[in-house]
Design a protein around this ligand. Structure first.
Ligand SMILES: Cc1ncc(C[n+]2csc(CCOP(=O)(O)OP(=O)(O)O)c2C)c(N)n1
Ligand SMILES: [Mg+2]
Length: 583
């Protein structure tokens, strides 16, 4: 009979799930696990903080469609990975966390005074989709299967398996075979009934002004092409959740990107039939409520979701379809194709043309900032120049407060699934590791990370991770030497009239809103990255081109005008978004 460690059983099960990367920091308590990964040819990518492992796994999962796996060691390692797990669960990325635990005899419950021990399953159980402690070697396969089943069921998120060190590392006699995934979970997508598809098609064909609202489930289902086909057949404008930006390329005349906030409201009020796909219509979708959406009594809603908990969660539905986004859109596309002659397009075309005109006007308004050539620069230049310098399919990671807003308003998503951020959580600093995860997911391709100087201060050590892993991340740090977004807000709370009049308050008038300088380009150089500093907007393009030409991870310290930086576009809308809609 073969002898095998508990860690090796887990590694072999992950191999059967197609896992080829695991993110985490090594530790003796799970040597049996990571040494087996190594033997099996599963690459271990090591950040310099456990929370980064969770973000790398999340970014990797989102960009590849595979399971993102991270690991952390009992006590401090698990304590450190907690924020990352909270965020990845919030963002809905398919992440499995494997942690080591102290031996069963001294924890669950803690005997008292146990070294590096806390109730890991109790804590993670509160924040994840599932969390299980393994109590014996024999139960590893069953509990791993349970976690993997849960991972592929419903909305993606975090699942966790906690394994005592003596089981991870001990050798056990076993003949048990490792099952392939189809023997313990449904590997076929959930399919809607023919009747559901026919009813959805009927509603959408009969509609005067149909629209589509797409969430990031489109990304997880890989439903980009199916979405495009349905949108085009219906000639329906497409709004998205923030996290789903660009699921329909924004070069399409049907795409209504999120920066066009007022237009998004208008489209949502014009439409008599809404097709919501894989979005729970949360706060950043203005809850699906009037005045931002038409009253439900005058707006029919079809909602497709893989998770029954999302159906009718925030917006009442007329037709709920519990099914996979891609499969449903493909079948709906076939049905619409069959009934193409019945779709009256004239009114829809005129309406969409009106939306295009508004978007053009918005763009012209925003682009006025690009003629401002003063130094330190207007932050508008950064997104605009990045769009010119980086390839169309480059992943953009946005992190920071106003830094993210500026990036969002001056970036156009031309290829689906090329934007990462923490749109649900707004977690400063997560972008550092997301960018490395993106580079690992798309080997050989540069990644652009636009980040605030506050956000960059949370995890600058991951520059070294990028350098060590030959990840060509270009970190572009927007340096305003302040917590820009919060400072703006604070000024309005403290002295609204003076803020409106002078655009900012004096240095002694605000509370702890300013930061000292970190020369991020030098910090980057100290870790082996390419570094440069730029303040003049005319120099930005050549500096970024040189950074790319270096072929290395790069850190570009960009001095932005601190007052202009605070006045990011759309601020009033986003402030309003946090209030409960009146209706
Ligand atoms: C981890 C974390 N802590 C605190 C906040 C609250 N917060 C939101 S924006 C912001 C300021 C961000 O400053 P910076 O990263 O420099 O970006 P800027 O707004 O200046 O562009 C803060 C503190 C947060 N979102 N995340
Ligand atoms: Mg800042």
């Amino acid at each position: 009979m073969a002898e095998i460690s508990g860690g090796e059983v887990i590694a072999r099960m992950l191999q059967k799930e197609g896992v080829d990367k695991v993110f985490g920091i090594i530790d003796g308590t799970y040597f049996g696990f990571y040494s087996a990964l190594h033997r099996l040819g599963i690459e271990i990518v090591t950040p310099r903080h456990e929370t980064s492992a969770a973000h790398m796994a999340g970014a990797y999962a989102r960009l590849t469609g595979k399971l993102g796996v991270c690991m952390a060691s009992n006590g401090p390692g698990v304590a450190n990975i907690l924020p990352g797990l909270v965020v990845e669960q919030g963002e809905g990325n398919r992440v499995l966390a494997i942690t080591s635990a102290r031996r069963p005899g001294i924890m669950y419950p803690d005997r008292g005074g146990t070294y590096q021990c806390f109730d890991q399953v109790g804590v993670i159980g509160k924040i994840a989709k599932s969390s299980e402690a393994v109590s014996s070697f024999e139960r590893i396969p069953e509990l791993m299967r349970k976690a993997l089943r849960s991972s592929y069921e419903g909305r993606p998120g975090v699942v966790h398996v906690d394994v005592p060190e003596n089981i991870m590392n001990g050798k056990f006699k076993t003949q048990a075979a490792i099952w392939p995934p189809h023997q313990y979970r449904q590997t076929e997508p959930l399919t809607p009934t023919a009747e559901q598809v026919a009813r959805a098609a009927q509603l959408l064909i009969a509609a005067e002004a149909p629209m589509i609202h797409a969430g990031s489930g489109i990304i997880h289902a890989g439903a980009f092409e199916a979405l495009r086909r349905v949108a085009e057949l219906l000639h329906a404008p497409v709004t998205t959740s923030w996290a789903a930006r660009g699921v329909l390329p924004e070069t399409s005349s049907l795409a209504a990107p999120m920066p066009h906030v007022k237009l998004n409201h208008r489209i949502r009020n014009d439409s008599d039939v809404v097709l919501i796909i894989a979005s729970r219509v949360g706060e950043t979708d203005w809850w699906g409520k009037p005045p931002y959406w038409r009253d439900p009594s005058e707006q029919k809603t079809i909602q497709i979701d893989i998770d029954s908990d999302m159906l009718g969660l925030n917006k009442p539905v007329d037709l709920a379809i519990l099914a996979d986004a891609k499969r449903t859109l493909e079948l709906l596309g076939d049905e619409l194709e069959r009934r193409k002659g019945e779709i009256r397009l004239d009114g829809r075309r005129a309406r969409v043309a009106g939306y295009a005109k508004t978007m053009k006007e918005d763009r012209e308004g925003w682009d006025k900032a690009l003629s401002d050539l003063a130094a330190p620069m207007n932050p508008a230049h950064i997104g605009a120049v990045c769009r010119e310098v980086f390839a169309e399919d480059t992943v953009l990671v946005a992190d920071g407060g106003n830094a993210t807003i500026w990036a969002m308003f001056y970036h156009q998503v031309k290829v689906p699934n090329t934007v990462l951020s923490t749109f649900k959580f707004g977690m400063l600093g997560a972008g550092m590791a997301q960018a490395v995860g993106a580079a690992v997911a798309r080997p050989g391709k540069p990644v652009c990370c636009i980040i605030g100087d506050g956000a960059m201060g949370f995890h600058p050590q991951e520059i070294e991770t990028a350098v060590r892993n030959k990840a060509q991340v270009v970190y572009i740090v927007l340096c305003d030497k302040q917590w820009g977004m919060v400072k703006m807000n604070q000024q309005f709370m403290l002295r609204p009239f003076k803020t409106m009049l002078f655009k900012h308050l004096g240095p002694e008038e605000t509370i702890n809103a300013d930061l000292g300088e970190i020369e991020f380009h030098k910090l980057g150089q100290s870790m082996g990255a390419y570094g440069a500093r730029v303040s003049d907007p005319r120099q930005l393009k050549p500096v970024l081109q040189q950074a790319l030409a270096s072929g290395k991870c790069a850190v570009i310290h960009v001095d932005v005008d601190p007052v202009k930086h605070m006045w990011a576009p759309g601020l009033l809308h986003f402030k309003k978004m946090h209030e409960e809609p009146k209706a």
